[in-house]
Design a protein around this ligand. Structure first.
Ligand code: UDP
Length: 320
């Protein structure tokens, strides 16, 4: 099949591109950063409808996988315009170009952030959507746009609501690297490797057993397999829908630090800080719909596996 992977040089997108090209698919990456894979990359801004028209005229893509968005919750609060512009307006331009070109299959990277502070856990897909920050609202807006685009134009989509993506390519070739880095596990491992002095714990006063926030960490390779299954689902004529992707296991910030100490055998120095704005205390997925409908079976559900793959990559690529 022919795929356009928007954001294919990013953390999850690059793992997806490796998988698709390894499976013999024809892949074009649209990203402003270089990709190390041997696939065609176009330096294209999805806010540029004409550039998209030109690309779509050249390639008859069967489907688009859209990974490109800004992802920092805190920044979305201080600079919401940036988030609505990129995550919503540019995505709308992409969708309109897809409609013009007759491309009617999309896999969209959504987020557990669409739910806001959970009213119950584990969270299933019908949980009320009450995002508590512009990042989460931007994802939910796109999901709603997609519903309308299906109704009006027949654009079929699967929205994958990631919980906390983590871990690295089991081969050690790819891993998680953001600039600046704000995510917990890479920060912990950088502290373990000595690239940072310490890791900050944002809040020990949550109503959780050890007082730190609980998240559902899901291995990037398992996210990739869910995307492949979602493509198969759409190709088989599946209706537009959304799936949660998580392991149904909640780990606290302190538990992740403890797991990293055990995996790395290193001392990890922590520093205390107040709660980070916009962080709900506990996010845990009910992913039974993805398992039942897509046949998704996470291979690396244990926190130890997630941490050890990430550590392997951190050691192989100390400079990133
Ligand atoms: N966190 C932390 N220190 C950090 C970064 C994150 O304590 O330096 C906490 C954060 O408050 C949240 C969890 O770790 O409870 C996961 O945060 P991350 O930014 O990795 O992902 P998010 O949950 O925002 O998607």
């Amino acid at each position: 099949m022919k795929f356009l992977v928007v954001g294919g040089a990013g953390y999850i997108g690059s793992h997806m591109v490796k998988h698709l090209s390894g499976a013999g698919h024809d892949v074009v990456v649209a990203d402003n950063s270089p990709t190390r894979r041997n696939v065609r990359r176009v330096e294209l801004d999805i806010a540029d409808g004409r550039a998209l028209d030109t690309l779509f005229a050249e390639y008859q893509f069967d489907a688009v996988l859209h990974f490109a968005s800004f992802i920092e919750v805190g920044e979305s609060v201080t600079d919401p315009g940036k988030y609505y512009q990129n995550n919503v307006a540019a995505t709308l331009t992409l969708l309109q170009a897809m409609v013009r070109a007759g491309i009617n299959q999309l896999i969209f990277s959504s987020s557990a952030a669409v739910y806001g502070s959970p009213q119950y856990v584990p969270i299933d897909e019908s949980h009320p959507k009450a995002a508590i920050n512009p990042y989460g609202r931007s994802k939910w807006m796109v999901e709603q746009i997609l519903e309308d685009f299906d109704r009006a134009y027949g654009l079929k989509s699967v929205c994958l609501r990631y919980f906390n993506a983590a871990g690295a390519d089991p081969d050690g070739e790819l891993g998680e690297c953001h600039e600046p880095e704000t995510h917990l596990l890479p920060l912990i491992l950088q502290a373990a490797s000595g690239r940072r002095n310490d890791v900050t714990v944002f809040g020990r006063d949550y109503e959780t057993p050890d007082g730190t926030c609980i998240r559902d960490y899901v291995h990037v390779a398992d996210l990739v397999s869910a995307h492949s299954l979602a493509v198969d689902y759409l190709v088989a004529g599946g209706a537009s829908t959304a799936f949660n992707l998580g392991n149904g296991l909640g780990f606290s910030v302190q538990q992740v630090i403890d797991a990293a100490c055990a995996v790395t055998g290193r001392q990890i120095i922590t520093r205390e800080a107040p709660r980070r704005a916009g962080d709900p205390p506990r996010l845990v997925a009910d992913a039974s719909k993805a398992k039942a409908v897509l046949g998704w079976q996470p291979q690396f559900a244990s926190l130890e596996k997630i941490v050890s793959h990430a550590w392997h990559w951190e050691q192989l690529h100390p400079w990133h």
